[in-house]
Design a protein around this ligand. Structure first.
Ligand SMILES: [Zn+2]
Length: 319
């Protein structure tokens, strides 16, 4: 297909960064006021203590980097204190026209899509290692990047699967995969997750928020919800969510580890009970180091990614 040079502007990260930069000359005082509110809001969020003696944490990251952006500090803390953590990646982040990786790779000799998937898996494993999660506890589900919503909403049975427009795959065909050849359909996605949960027996599942503006992130939450509901056990894990994409949030862009991270104002009003998790300096440093392992993502939006390195993380219980 012909390349659309402007297509990358539709990427939520680029759009957020571009919007924030465009607003600064005109809306500086407004952004500043919004930003000043954050400290006041902090006192209204309850502190969260996610770790108890029997905690086992499963993090479902829609793409490689969401785990570090949203929960890197908590993952590092849990591992440092000896708790088991497993990270599952819903996709390998290889949607060729919707992620920055394609832009980077095109400049570097047109790497193939399997190369991109392998590269992002390698980055994800390095990030996990920094957070203290060994390779055996990193799962790659291999569902389609940029296609989760179509897969979720489509009438696919497994006989007729969703076919990724980026990779041409209708099933999980990566070398490193949790369940090779799983068809791209809702039932297989839920079944894969449920199998992972049954094997690992998490007490807490973390994934992206259902009001995230990236549709893969919305599906990640819905799929976790459905997989948990399907479990036969009476001891079902709690499900909590972190936010990644939401307009120009988080404001300001750039590296500000001294600042708090707070939910966007419009998501404070109801539907989510937010919790504030303060991070130590060591946890902040580990989170940043893990995030920076995702070098393919730093090519175009470093200030957006660094904006998640703050003195706390936020997690929501969906009501
Ligand atoms: Zn993502």
């Amino acid at each position: 297909m012909p390349r659309n040079r402007n297509f990358s502007l539709l990427d939520p990260r680029k759009l957020a960064t571009a919007t924030a930069q465009a607003l600064i000359p005109f809306g500086g005082p407004i952004l500043r006021r919004h930003f000043d509110n954050f400290d006041a809001l902090q006192t209204e969020l309850p502190l969260w203590e996610p770790l108890s003696p029997r905690s086992r944490i499963f993090v479902l990251s829609p793409h490689p980097d969401d785990e570090s952006l949203g929960a890197g500090g908590l993952i590092f803390r849990a591992r440092k204190r000896g708790f088991e953590v497993q990270i599952g990646f819903l996709s390998n982040g290889d949607g060729s026209r919707t992620t920055q990786i394609s832009q980077v790779m095109r400049r570097k000799n047109e790497k193939s899509l399997p190369d991109i998937a392998r590269l992002r898996q390698t980055e994800a494993l390095r990030a996990a290692q920094i957070l203290g999660v060994e390779e055996a506890n990193v799962l790659f589900f291999g569902f389609p990047d940029g296609g989760a919503r179509a897969l979720w909403d489509g009438d696919y049975s497994g006989q007729a699967s969703f076919v990724s427009p980026f990779t041409g795959y209708g099933s999980v065909e990566y070398e490193r995969a949790f369940a090779p050849h799983s068809p791209y359909c809702r039932a297989a996605l839920i079944e894969n997750l449920a199998l992972a949960f049954e094997a690992f027996e998490p007490t807490l599942v973390l994934t992206t928020h259902p009001r995230d503006t990236h549709l893969d992130h919305v599906v990640a939450y819905r799929a976790c919800e459905a997989a948990i509901a399907s479990l036969a056990t009476t001891r079902k894990p709690d499900l909590r969510a972190f936010l990644i994409h939401c307009g120009i949030w988080p404001v300001p862009n750039g590296l500000h580890p001294e600042l708090p991270l707070m939910p966007p104002a419009h998501l404070l009003g109801g539907g989510t009970k937010w919790f504030f998790l303060p991070l130590s300096e060591e946890e902040i440093a580990a989170k940043r180091a893990a995030l920076e392992c995702h070098q393919t993502q730093f090519g175009s939006t470093p200030r957006y990614l660094h904006a998640f390195v703050r003195r706390n993380e936020i997690f929501g219980e969906i009501e």
